[in-house]
Design a protein around this ligand. Structure first.
Ligand code: BES
Ligand code: MN
Ligand code: ZN
Length: 489
């Protein structure tokens, strides 16, 4: 999709559609009044007939003889809340996509959003329109027809210096689409090797990006007994994929994102139940969000050093798989008693974290993982869980989530929880019992990030929508991560 700044006015646009923002109460905005005037009061007539109530999320196409279609866009009352604004722009995007128009003009002049400025509105607008084009048909033998036939152009009325905001939202939307695609792909396609190949493809897009991939032989050499205890159960070889984006000053310590990339989580010998097990293809959504963020950062070309790391493995039961009771030694020397092979995310992440810290001496390190059902139960699909002992990092990540409307909620990571991981036979156990499951998982990771500026995001509830017609990856938390990194640039 193309987003073009425009100084045109809605009432003399000669393209295929105009998107007219309408309030449900009080005076209409200036652009709407101008259109109404040129249509001899047609819009007022529709509004007073009550056929269109102009609530946020209401959106309707009206064909007009001899002129561009009207796309009536409900705003509700002004100033609107940020979530009402997002609902409205998503509805506009969906309606334009469903219409026969391939271009449109939108004017948001006077659309006030509580606590947000126009730049924010422009970023959310293009993010929503770009996102509306996401469509998974990789595995359909015939492409479905709800796909827009031609590329669409959205002309946006704003001052000449606002293009950066249009571009920012679009880049986030493109990164989210990539993340969604990787998540939605079936687990027989999106294997660790596939993710490594996708990382290599990203590197061809920018001189600033180089990849560096550890195979199982290399991991053996490095003593990554924890990671390998998971990957050895599968015929798919595990990979640790490092994507180094050096856009900043040479020598500046990079910010690092580490994603859980379990491309299918059967539970291993501690096998999961059968119902809904297909959704465990989404257990690589942390990794997918890191790859999506890398793509967005390439598009934005920001002056920053950062590294995206993906810990990719498949968790399967087999003759080579770990058994409950096995004790393995992680790269940092910690011995781990594997009491449940389904707590595999922390086992692959801990060695990836040790390697990342040794190799990159990061300025900050954030891991992103579909780590626990407990976090999903606690926070549902609204917030990702945030765990950190670093107040600055907590503030940065919460703020990035807030501004991008991809929010996180802080959960505890206190010393007192650590003893739940005590093992009779090794340094630590890989599970902490029934209680505080999201926190004990974070505690486990904290053993491998001592002294680091580190945070853990548990995205088990936010990375995809479960079941039914809505099933699919969400592209979260790409907006949070991109805003976090952009604020560092
Ligand atoms: N990938 C799962 C977590 C998960 C489950 C995310 C369901 C989203 C939906 C993770 O590897 C896992 O199996 N965790 C276990 C940990 C337990 C064995 C301590 C869990 O949450 O049940
Ligand atoms: Mn598991
Ligand atoms: Zn898992």
């Amino acid at each position: 999709m193309q987003f073009i700044l425009s100084q045109a006015s809605l009432n003399d646009y000669s393209g295929q559609a105009i998107i007219v923002p309408l309030t449900s109460k009080g005076e209409q905005l200036t652009p709407a009044k101008a259109v109404d005037k040129s249509l001899n009061g047609f819009i007022e007539q529709i509004l007073s007939s009550n056929d269109f109530k102009a609530k946020p999320g209401d959106c309707q196409v009206i064909p007009v003889a001899g002129g561009p279609r009207l796309i009536l866009l409900g705003l509700g009352e002004l100033p609107m809340t940020a979530s009402a604004f997002i609902k409205a722009v998503n509805a506009a995007a969906k309606t334009l996509k469903g219409s026969a128009a391939t271009d449109a003009l939108i004017d948001l002049a006077g659309v006030e959003v509580q606590e947000q400025n126009q730049d924010w509105a422009l970023r959310q607008l293009t993010q929503a329109f770009q996102n509306s084009l996401y469509h998974f048909d990789e595995c359909k033998s015939k492409s479905e027809d709800d796909k827009p036939a031609t590329t669409q152009t959205l002309n946006v009325v704003a001052a000449a210096d606002k293009q950066v905001h249009l571009d920012f939202g679009q880049a986030v939307g493109i990164g989210m689409a990539f993340t969604k695609k990787l998540g939605d792909l079936p687990p027989n396609v999106a294997t660790p090797t596939y993710l490594a190949d996708e990382a290599d493809k990203l590197a061809t897009l920018s001189d600033k990006l180089t990849t560096h991939i550890l195979d199982e032989d290399k991991m053996e050499e490095l003593g990554m007994g924890s990671f390998l205890s998971v990957s050895k159960g599968s015929i798919e070889p595990g990979k640790i994929i490092c994507m180094e984006y050096m856009g900043g000053k040479k020598g500046d310590a990079p910010h690092v994102l580490v994603g859980k990339g379990v491309t299918f989580d059967s539970g291993g010998i501690s096998l999961k139940g059968g119902a809904g097990m297909d959704e465990m293809k989404y257990d690589m959504c942390g990794a997918a969000s890191v790859l999506g963020t890398v793509l967005t950062m390439i598009k934005l070309d920001l002056p920053i050093n950062f590294v995206g790391v993906v810990a990719a493995a498949e968790n399967m039961p087999s003759g080579h798989a770990s058994k409950p009771g096995d004790i393995v030694t992680a790269m940092n020397g910690t011995t781990i008693e594997i009491l449940n092979t389904d707590a595999e995310g922390r086992l692959v992440l801990c060695d990836a974290l040790t390697y990342t810290i040794d190799t990159y001496k990061p300025a900050s390190i954030v891991d992103i993982a579909t780590l626990t059902g407990a976090c999903m139960m606690a926070l549902g699909g609204v917030n990702s869980g945030l765990f950190t002992e670093n107040e600055d990092l907590a503030a940065d990540l919460l703020a990035a989530g807030e501004v991008s409307r991809d929010s996180a909620w802080r959960l505890p990571l206190q010393e007192e929880y650590q003893e739940l991981l005590d093992s009779n036979f090794a340094d630590i156990a890989n599970i902490g019992g029934r209680l505080a499951g999201a926190t004990t998982a974070a505690c486990f990771l904290s053993r491998f990030t001592k002294g680091q500026k580190w945070a853990h995001l548990d995205i088990a509830g936010t990375a995809w929508n479960s079941g039914g017609k809505n099933k699919g990856a969400t592209g979260r938390p790409v907006p949070l991560l991109v805003n976090y990194l952009a604020a560092k640039a």
